[in-house]
Design a protein around this ligand. Structure first.
Ligand code: AMP
Length: 357
């Protein structure tokens, strides 16, 4: 049995769509397990290229490049969700994509995502489709004047979002005509948490314990592990996460971001069918990180029970607090990760620190 596992990974290459920090951390774990990587990204300065065996620097729609990618890769995964579905369909016909593309269809579009989740009987924030400016007014009436307007697609780290208070609609009439939006009621949450679920090829699920997130202006700043919520709430969150992962046909990994309200009800905010920023604590606080778990599922390697060694506070380092990284290098319980991005910019994620307790 053991020999077969090792034979499975001999001379194997994992294709990764997207060359950001998540791709880089997947590549590092793959390499540690003897697996090469072929990384596809349109940006020639992608951080993950520093750790790739093969680089494909092309637009995601370039068929010739996609063909080359399939040829180089034994299996494919993605670290970036906004890959055109047409390209994914092409790749799926010619290779195996993990954790599958059903989940991407939903995670790429907030309206489809919210409809899918609520159809499963799982709570989400009240939401309305916005097709034009008049729809905003109608939805605001229902939401008593306070809401968040979000682009359906391509929004990340709070981009494309507008908080509306006291019926004051931002001056974005032209954007609304051009883009597709949804509007959401604001959840008065007690905590934000995430749950990371790994589904193996035999259908069995491994669920990491929930962690607790702090966002500012829509950007994740800190994650604390473990989340300070009751065991009952943890179990509820984990059951919802596994149900969602299974309904989205995940084989690999998915992160589910949730709100916990004052009555300890769970409201799902978002799903991300890939390793997630709020799971970086798994790199140092337990025996198998989210990146390693994904690689192990893809290449049929066993995953031992998750064993937690430390409590952890993960701090994201954005362009404006880059100097914190240097201070952390002197601290004995700080694990420092520097992504190697080409430019330091405000609000851009440049690294993170896992502080272990
Ligand atoms: P999102 O891009 O949807 O993940 O939103 C980023 C962050 O904005 C979330 O993690 C929350 O902190 C906040 N947020 C988004 N939607 C809502 C909502 N409906 N109610 C309250 N806070 C929200």
């Amino acid at each position: 049995m053991k020999n077969n596992v090792i034979k499975n990974i001999t001379n194997k290459t994992l294709g990764i769509l997207g060359g950001g920090q998540l791709g880089k951390m997947i590549a590092i774990e793959a390499s540690r397990l003897g697996i090469k990587t072929c990384i596809f990204d349109p940006n020639k300065n992608s951080p993950a290229f520093q750790n790739a065996n093969i680089i494909i620097n092309s637009d995601y729609t370039n068929k010739k490049a996609l063909r080359q990618f399939v040829k180089c890769s034994d299996k494919i995964t993605y670290e970036f969700e906004n890959i055109p579905l047409e390209s994914l369909n092409f790749l799926e016909k010619n290779s195996q994509i993990f954790p599958g593309i059903k989940a991407l269809k939903y995670s790429q579009d907030r309206l489809l995502e919210k409809e899918f989740i609520s159809n499963l009987g799982i709570s989400v924030a009240p939401f309305y489709q916005i097709k034009n400016y008049v729809d905003v007014k109608g939805a605001l009436e229902k939401l008593k004047g306070t809401a968040i307007l979000k682009t359906r697609k391509f929004g990340y780290d709070g981009k494309g979002q507008h908080t509306i208070k006291r019926y004051r609609i931002p001056n974005i009439k032209n954007n609304i005509e051009k883009n597709k939006y949804i509007i959401e009621g604001i959840i008065k949450f007690k905590k934000e948490i995430s749950v990371i679920v790994v589904i193996k090829k035999d259908g069995s699920a491994i669920c990491y314990e929930p962690s607790e997130n702090k966002h500012i202006n829509g950007i994740l700043r800190e994650t604390a592990f473990p989340a300070k919520i009751s065991i009952k709430t943890k179990n509820k969150a984990k059951a919802i996460a596994v149900k969602l992962a299974r309904s989205l046909n995940i084989i690999g990994i998915i992160a589910i971001e949730m709100f916990v309200d004052k009555s300890n009800e769970i409201i799902v905010n978002e799903v991300a069918p890939r390793p997630h920023n709020s799971g970086h604590w798994t790199m140092d606080a337990c025996n198998v990180s989210q990146f390693e778990a994904l690689v192990r599922v893809i290449f049929d390697m066993p995953i031992p029970n998750i064993k937690y060694y430390h409590n952890c506070k993960m701090i994201n380092i954005l362009g404006e607090n880059y100097n914190v990284l240097e201070k952390s290098l002197y601290k004995k319980n700080h694990k420092v990760y520097i992504y190697g991005k080409d430019k330091i910019k405000e609000d851009r994620k440049l690294g993170h620190i896992n502080i272990l307790f």
